[in-house]
Ligand binder design. Structure first.
Ligand SMILES: O=C(O)CCC(=O)C(=O)O
Ligand SMILES: [Fe+2]
Length: 316
């Protein structure tokens, strides 16, 4: 039999809820509001006070950016992460959070990374920059912000992508809302069931069904097509969702005035743990390669973004 299936593979994720039990098939789960909203809102206000969104956070012109900006080392990381020094026990030690994280990852999981993500609505982006990110699939705005602000991650939107970019890493992303997030607040969109194809190069080969707009056809590099089912993650401050490092997800633009603030955790399993976690069950459903050398091809050699369009945005 040829590796090219004529029919897309049927998708067991089609009618499943985002309950945690379905993580192995969906490659994601939505826990709803499991955290106390008060400390979430207080943290949101603290971040907003110190890292406000306004036109002044960006280089005022392309010439200024060329002179003083750079295309490398602009992400939050050790030594320049706004979350360092903030007590996050109300998230990380919350019994519902730890119980769900253990169910997904197994015992002794660890926090590999955490960062604040701010979505930036169009009205806060200077004209020169808006022009520069036109047709960029994953417009990460950090390169264009002043250095001292780069301890937070800023996005305009993100095309469907996988969070796993390094061949050897293994993690599940836990995404925490500090705001009330509605669909038009750049709410997370998950394509359920897409982790099974394994790791594929960005931009991913995706087409939306013209009959059922929540159904996407996703073709891997061997020509095999699976179906992914779109789910929005909306909810109040304290809501948490998670997704496998290989599950396609993205965020549309924020068409409200309110810049959403979230915290993104990458949680890694204990490498010694070989038991029956939901992650290990999900991994058994993956038929594609779990590690490839070229995770994305939308970045030029100097680190600048190539305008390659966006599947997610082009269907809005
Ligand atoms: O919050 C966003 O807009 C994008 C989040 C995301 O998918 C990421 O940071 O990888
Ligand atoms: Fe992501």
């Amino acid at each position: 039999m040829s590796t090219n299936e004529i029919k897309p593979l049927p998708s067991p994720a089609e009618d499943l809820s985002l309950d945690v039990e379905n993580f192995p098939i969906n490659g994601c789960a939505n826990f709803g509001q499991i955290l106390d909203s008060t400390p979430c809102s207080e943290l949101r206000d603290h971040i907003n006070e110190h890292r406000p969104i306004n036109l002044d956070m960006f280089y005022p012109s392309k010439a200024e950016f060329k002179k003083n900006g750079r295309w490398q080392r602009y992400a939050p990381g050790p030594g320049h992460n706004f979350l360092e020094g903030i007590n996050l026990d109300f998230i990380e030690q919350n019994p519902s959070f730890t119980k769900l994280a253990e169910q997904v990852l197994g015992p002794n999981y660890s926090i590999m990374k955490k960062a604040i993500i701010r979505s930036v609505p169009e009205k806060f982006i200077p004209e020169w920059l808006f022009k520069a990110i036109e047709n960029v699939g994953r417009p990460n705005l950090n390169p264009f912000t002043f250095d001292h602000l780069q301890d937070v991650q800023y996005f305009y939107c993100t095309d469907y992508h996988q969070d796993k970019t390094r061949p050897e890493s293994e993690f599940v992303t836990f995404y925490v809302y500090l705001d009330e997030v509605e669909r038009n607040y750049s709410a997370l969109r998950l394509l359920r069931g897409t982790h099974v194809s394994g790791m594929t190069t960005y931009p991913h080969s995706l087409r939306r069904s013209n009959i059922d707009h929540n159904r996407w056809f996703y073709t891997d590099q061997a020509g095999k097509t699976v179906q992914g089912h779109e789910s929005d993650v909306t909810g109040s401050a304290g809501s948490v969702a998670c997704f496998h490092g290989l599950t396609l997800h993205g965020t549309p633009i924020n068409s409200s005035d309110n810049p959403r603030i979230s915290i993104r955790y990458l949680l890694s399993p204990d490498p010694e743990f070989k038991g029956d976690s939901l992650l290990n069950q999900a991994n058994k459903n993956i038929f594609g390669q779990q590690s490839i050398a070229m995770p994305r091809c939308d970045i030029a050699e100097d680190g600048s973004y190539l305008p390659i369009g966006s599947s997610l945005a082009s269907y809005e």
